[in-house]
Design a protein around this ligand. Structure first.
Ligand SMILES: Nc1ncnc2c1ncn2[C@@H]1O[C@H](COP(=O)(O)OP(=O)(O)OP(=O)(O)O)[C@@H](O)[C@H]1O
Length: 308
């Protein structure tokens, strides 16, 4: 095991429960800034079909230091569906998203309580490894963050190394084509796979990041405002990609764009943090109900653009 692998794995197990709050100690950098470790022998492979998985948050609370930002949030994100997290700025949507694949614990001072069940098993259980959660539950960020000097091909493959997934040389080419196709980018880049990822347009870079996340064949894909840095055409292209992925992978997306939530999701959860209280879900359900016949007046006001 390399130092980098050991550091990542120890971060996964260094959760020291104090009453019901796990105080997370961290020493690792964000996935996109780490030096890529070699994949250890015996690591999981990327081959074989994968099915979308159900993710269930149970009573998730989150803190930054003494500041509580989420209070007992529970939400089931059904397999193969797109769930949109909506709500005003600062209500905890991104924090909630980061608890779903253990990214939250990378932030110094972060703490967490509750459970996140992946197909019924808690990803925070002591015997669960951080790398397992990251491999099964991929993430795409607000700003496209490919490795700019690395080739398009190597950017896609980098996802495998970051999560410690083994793949044979022969399978690599297939996986790169498959991932870029699923991300809706293959036709645009197939003749220039050796060019740097940083030479692509912003929208193409974001689809490259989606391809990188898909290369490990995650069963859930988390997307944190994936289109907020993109122009309308690129936004539409990423939305088409999300449509195409639905059914193959469970998608959870944070968005401020109500039309986008209505276009891409089957289920919506409306988050709110009122008057200095921690964020929570006011209402969730099928997207057409949240937008058409919401039960809570605050949801109705928000989706109609009356606040936030
Ligand atoms: N790294 C951090 N350290 C300390 N506090 C943080 C950190 N990240 C977020 N917070 C705080 O947690 C609260 C929730 O933030 P979060 O980003 O999850 O909300 P959000 O609903 O996603 O907001 P936005 O829509 O603006 O992205 C805010 O009060 C924010 O200031």
């Amino acid at each position: 095991m390399t130092d980098a692998t050991a550091a990542r794995d120890s971060a996964a197990t260094e959760t020291a429960p104090t009453t019901d709050i796990a105080v997370v100690r961290t020493g690792t950098a964000l996935a996109d800034t780490v030096v890529l470790p070699p994949v250890p022998a015996g690591a999981p492979t990327a081959s074989g079909p994968t099915a979308p998985a159900t993710l269930e948050a149970r009573a998730v609370s989150a803190w930054f230091g003494s500041h509580q930002v989420l209070e007992r949030v529970s939400l089931t994100m059904p397999a193969g569906q797109v769930t949109a997290l909506i709500g005003p700025s600062g209500c905890g949507k991104s924090t909630f998203l980061r608890t779903l694949n253990r990214m939250h614990e990378l932030i110094p001072s972060a703490a967490l309580a509750g459970e996140v069940l992946f197909e019924g098993e808690d990803i925070y259980a002591p015997q669960r490894r951080l790398t397992d959660a990251r491999r099964r539950i991929g993430m795409v960020f607000q700003k496209p963050n490919p490795f700019p000097a690395m080739s398009i091909y190597d950017n896609v493959v980098a996802g495998l190394r970051l999560t410690g997934t083994r793949v044979s040389r022969r399978e690599k080419d297939e996986l790169v084509e498959e991932s870029l196709t699923r991300a809706g980018l293959w036709k645009e880049v197939r003749d220039r796979l050796r060019q740097p990822g940083g030479a692509l347009s912003g929208g193409q870079q974001q689809r490259l990041c989606i391809a990188r996340a898909l290369a490990v064949r995650p069963r859930v894909l988390l997307m944190d405002e994936p289109c907020s840095a993109l122009d309308p055409t690129s936004t539409r292209r990423v939305e088409e990609t999300i449509h195409e992925l639905a059914g193959q992978v469970t998608v959870v997306i944070v968005t401020h764009n109500m039309q986008q939530a209505a276009r891409v999701s089957q289920q919506c959860a409306f988050f709110l943090a009122e008057q200095g209280t921690p964020g929570g879900i006011v209402e969730h359900g099928p997207t057409e109900h949240i937008f058409g016949t919401p039960e809570d007046q605050r949801t109705a006001d928000y989706v109609a653009g009356r606040f936030g």
